[in-house]
Design a binder for this molecule. Structure first.
Ligand code: NAD
Length: 415
């Protein structure tokens, strides 16, 4: 799981990426100025009656960073390390991500400073409903739409949606996304992050032709669905890792077998016949595609020169540092950045919101076809900027996003 403090570092990296991109795009003064500050920050206490009868107060937050392009959108994180500064940092990132994938949203984020694993189900429900009893003043279907993030689930979204509906006296599924299907969730949402990344790989294949052997760091929600999609498409998964370590098998892993090993033994390196490898070895393996689907700051200035993959796909947020970006670009490694590669998740969250507002629900194939259309369009828009301006794909994605934010900010002609 993600360590919250490291996300602050990720934010510093995002600021460096932003500065680099600003050399390639001319922003209006008002865009530069408004992007420096969150539009609204809200911290509050949440009193919760615990199972033993005592009352405990938790700290809750919601930040709406920038709403130039539409209502703010972003997850709610439950973690002991959550602070208002971290929430602010992550909300800024959502502004960029929503603009890259061109969904009509700004960026926001929320959180509670808590270790949810120490709570009973009842306590977790009271805490989650308590968050909404305070945050209803800042969120809303046309204002700010939360979603799951670290340690928050579809069940938590369901409690929060129900609480908001009780407070407002209206059934309001569009106030939050990532809900269970029975309460207005969308088909395809569960694996949308991996599917969006997979569509990027398919688009890139026709342009940079990397080949079909794959190493993948992380076998959680995003990573395991990516293995499923690639294996079914004839890619050879030669290495995989989780928090316990890595596994290498030149003949390639079978998805079903890998899933059952992970379920039974809890770690992927128990796969029969594989060689155990370290995380470092996995990152430096001789393969065509390296997929980063675990943690931030994995490819750094210390190991970037030793990466042998022809292409890197970032399903995780912030797995490559700005210094490593430069080294990889000089080595000619093609990198699909997080703000594009993992944006399938927020894109299908947007589709969930649209379906809630329509009160009409789409078939799974329709959701996936619409996601495909979005990913192809924005992948190619980013690729064209990368080629035409001779800049790396991450900087190109920032240039694309900043241009869209700038246009909306200027069109509003603030004050
Ligand atoms: P997850 O908790 O389901 O899985 C994380 C995986 O990383 C697990 O397999 C875990 O064992 C592994 N891991 C942890 N520490 C590791 C280490 N030191 N080395 C190698 N592997 C390690 O999380 P997820 O939802 O799959 O998210 C993974 C990444 O993708 C995160 O950065 C997350 O922010 C990002 N992301 C996920 C989504 C989504 O929809 N799930 C959307 C956008 C971004």
């Amino acid at each position: 799981m993600i360590k919250s403090k490291a996300d602050i570092m990720v934010f510093e990296n995002a600021q460096k990426q932003l500065e680099k991109a600003k050399k390639h795009v001319k922003l209006a003064q008002e865009t530069e100025e408004t992007l420096k500050y969150p539009t609204e920050t809200f911290s509050f206490s949440i009193p919760v009656r615990m199972d033993d009868g005592t009352l405990k107060v938790f700290e809750g937050h919601r930040v709406r960073y920038n709403d130039a392009r539409g209502p703010t959108k972003g997850g709610i994180r439950y973690h002991p390390g959550v602070t208002i500064d971290e929430v602010k940092a992550l909300s800024f990132w959502m502004v960029i991500k929503c603009a890259v994938i061109n969904i009509p949203y700004g960026g926001g984020k929320g959180g509670i400073t808590v270790d949810p694993q120490k709570l009973s189900k009842g306590e977790l429900e009271r805490l989650s409903r308590g968050w909404m009893r305070k945050a209803y003043r800042i969120v809303g279907p046309d204002r700010d739409i939360p979603a799951p993030d670290v340690y928050t689930t579809g069940q938590i979204m369901a409690w929060m949606m129900d609480e908001y509906s009780i407070i407002t006296g209206t059934y309001s599924p569009a106030v939050i996304t990532g809900k269970p299907l029975s309460l207005g969730g969308s088909l395809g949402r569960e694996y949308a992050t991996a599917l969006g990344g997979y569509y990027c790989i398919k688009e890139a294949a026709g342009k940079v032709n990397p080949g079909k052997t794959v190493a993948i760091q992380g076998f959680g929600n995003a990573g395991s669905h990516m293995v499923r999609l690639l294996a079914a498409d004839g890619y050879k998964i030669i290495a995989v890792s989780d928090s316990k370590g890595g596994a290498h098998l030149e003949a390639g892993f079978e998805y079903e077998k890998l899933i059952s090993v992970k379920k039974r033994e809890k770690h992927v390196d128990a796969y029969p016949g594989c060689n155990k490898i370290t995380q470092e070895q996995l990152l430096e393996l001789d393969c065509d595609i390296l997929i980063l689907a675990a943690l931030e700051n994995q490819v750094t200035k210390d190991n970037a020169a030793r990466v042998k993959a022809k292409m890197i796909v970032e399903l995780a947020n912030g797995p490559t540092t700005p210094e490593a970006d430069d080294i990889l670009y000089q080595k000619g490694i093609f990198l699909v950045p997080d703000i594009l590669a993992n944006s399938g998740g927020v894109c299908v969250s947007y589709f969930e919101w649209v379906q809630n507002k329509q009160g009409y629900y789409w078939k799974e194939d329709d959701v996936n076809a619409k996601l495909h259309e979005k990913m192809v369009e924005e992948f190619n828009a980013t690729f064209d900027i990368h080629k035409n301006r001779k800049i790396d794909m991450r900087t190109a994605a920032y240039v694309l996003a900043l241009g869209r934010i700038d246009e909306a900010t200027k069109a509003k002609a603030l004050y």
